[in-house]
Structure formats: structure tokens, C-alpha cells
Design a protein around this ligand. Structure first.
Ligand code: SAM
Length: 212
């Protein structure tokens, strides 16, 4: 995602500790207290500007949503959207998912969403893909038993790679769509999804579950 340097972003993030966590390590095992209830917690890794989690939060008030994003200059838009709406079940983490095991206790999370993750098309960068085996291991740890990953992308190469990676890991596929927008399935769109589907790109989607 293209970023523009926004020098004021950090200050605004710091001013809203009730909505955005900049030190997720300190919340490990305590995320329910961030929301003030024991509802299930779903995370979106690489949340971008937050359109998806904001939409999901509105649609499902009894689920807590956490959007994780690497960059201040991008997550600031997600923060603005959440503040605008006053949604209490949608919150943010500004952090790198590479260290996700430092942020969540074993079995603390109920579902992981990956939407339009960076494809890292070069083979030498495969380890950076958010569906690489090393990331699957980390998601399996933080998820409850038989936890699920819901994944969407417009990128056929990344979709095929992810199907292969998850299948090799032993995950079970519950739902696979090769053209989500023609499937009639209920769907909250992300920013990237809107952008690419307007250009005529098909959207791939899958739900995959860990065996244990
Ligand atoms: N999910 C959004 C959507 O569908 O519109 C954004 C998609 S954008 C292509 C990918 C986002 O993931 C970017 O905002 C990027 O900064 C973020 N990202 C990439 N690697 C990440 C990581 N390791 N940890 C957290 N966020 C990451």
C-alpha cells in the first residue's frame, strides 16, 4: 500500500490508547480487558485503512475485532474511521505480525483474517508471505483449537501458493471460492477488494481450519 509520510500520525495514535495499542507485548494474555468483555477476538493481519474490520465490527457487535498494521501513516486512517463511528468492538494494533507470538497468549484468538496480503512474488521472498509455513505455525499457536484463517486476494499466484502451503501444513479447507463476487456469499469488502474488483479482477477466497 502506498504511504505518504504523516508526521502528525504518531501523536494522534499516542493520544488514543483506548483504541490503538502501540505496545502489544504489554497486552499479551489481556486483550479481553482492552475490550472490556470476554467476547471472541478476531484479528485481521495487515488491516490497512481498516474498512474491513470496521464493517465487520458493525455487522457483528458480539465479536471483538483487532486490526494489525505495520505503518503509522496507514493505520491512522483506520483510527479515524473507528473514532468517527464510535465502534467499541473494533480496535487496532500498530505492529509487525512477524512478532505476533509476543503479542498474544496461546489460544487467545478465535479467528485470523488475511485480506489482500502483500504477494512477495519473488521466490527468495517467500518467507515474507503471510501464509508461509512459519506464519501458519504462529497463527496456530495464538488461535484456539481448530482455529480458522479466512483469506481473500485478487492475486492468483498468492492464492495458489497459500492453498499449497496450508494444505501441506495439514489444514482443512471448508470453503474455497474462485470468484467470490459471483458466489452470492455475504461479504464485507476491503479497500483493495473494491479497487481491484472495479478493475475487473476476480477475487479468490478460502476458509481453512487447523486440525488441532
Ligand atoms: N487488508 C487491506 C485491504 O485488503 O485493503 C490492506 C491490504 S495491503 C496490500 C497489505 C497491508 O498489510 C499493508 O497496509 C501493509 O502495511 C500491511 N502489512 C504487510 N506486512 C505486515 C506485517 N508483517 N505486519 C503488519 N502489517 C503488515
Amino acid at each position: 500500500m502506498r504511504q505518504r509520510f504523516k508526521p502528525w500520525a504518531k501523536e494522534k495514535l499516542l493520544d488514543n490508547p483506548g483504541v490503538v495499542s502501540l505496545e502489544p507485548e504489554s497486552m499479551k494474555g489481556k486483550w479481553s480487558s482492552f475490550f472490556g468483555n470476554d467476547n471472541p477476538i478476531h484479528i485481521e493481519v495487515g488491516t490497512g485503512k481498516g474498512q474491513f474490520i470496521k464493517g465487520m465490527g458493525k455487522q457483528n457487535p458480539s465479536i471483538n475485532y483487532l486490526g494489525m498494521e505495520l505503518y503509522d501513516s496507514i493505520i491512522i486512517t483506520a483510527l479515524d474511521r473507528i473514532l468517527e463511528d464510535g465502534t467499541s468492538n473494533v480496535k487496532l494494533i500498530r505492529a509487525d505480525a512477524t512478532h505476533i507470538l509476543d503479542y498474544f497468549e496461546t489460544g487467545e484468538i478465535d479467528r485470523v483474517y488475511l485480506n489482500f496480503s502483500d504477494p512477495w512474488p519473488k521466490k527468495k521472498h517467500a518467507k515474507r508471505r503471510l501464509t508461509h509455513e512459519s506464519f501458519l505455525e504462529r497463527y496456530e499457536t495464538i488461535l484456539k483449537k481448530q482455529g480458522e484463517i479466512h483469506f481473500k486476494t485478487d492475486n492468483q499466484g498468492l492464492f495458489e501458493y497459500s492453498l499449497h502451503s496450508m494444505s501441506k501444513y495439514g489444514m482443512i479447507f471448508q470453503d474455497v471460492s474462485l470468484d467470490l463476487h459471483k458466489s452470492g456469499m455475504d461479504n464485507v469488502m476491503t479497500e483493495y477488494e473494491e479497487k481491484f474488483s472495479e478493475k475487473g479482477f476476480r477475487i479468490y477466497r478460502m476458509e481453512a481450519q487447523f486440525r488441532s
